[in-house]
Design a protein. Sequence first.
Length: 238
Amino acid sequence: MGLEHDADSWGARVTDLPELRDRIRVFDDRADAGRRLAGMLAGYRDSEALVLGIPAGGVPVAAAVAGELARPLDVAVVSKITPTWNSEVGYGAVAFNGTVRLNEPMMDRLGIDQAEAREGIERTTARVRERVAELRGERPLPDVSGRTTILIDDGLASGYTMLVAAEAVREARAAEVIVAVPTAHTDSLRRIMHAVDRIFCANLRGGPTFAVADAYRHWSDVSLDEARRALADAGDGP
């Protein structure tokens, strides 16, 4: 199935920019990507929506969106579960409220058994708690109950991290769960569609290989310190 048919078949639930489909190097940096997303999300300007960035790379994107839309900014801390021998490959994710999802096909490929998975969940849960404390201090978690919640990351590769974030805010009784990302693979959108109400993705791509970084002309990892500064600059840091 071609990308054009794939993207157009999702109807009103998925909004992308057709002129950016299957292209790379379309954003200068995360702030530029956030401004492009904000244009797509203009209908939420001055609404009651809450913008939640997924640390660390999603926070600069979310900060740009929140600034353009005049909406409050906070974080939804989610961390992928990785094997001890490879911190880049994830086989699941843990969210700020304890929501866990495992990618069992990936576990099989990596040779992860249930005992190791339990250890991975415990290790990742502890890391999530630490990140929440670092980024939010003693403030209570954001109250999403009854509110439209816009979840933002810098891109979706597998989609598992965003899926867990969406399930977490849904469990917290968000009225509407919106996902907004600068770039994503079509497979990742299929993976999360059942858990969200709408998806906004500027740069939709298909094909056998995908890297979030390929959508950006300037790319580097975002540290927790940088994420914390972005939150503080937006007036919502600890």
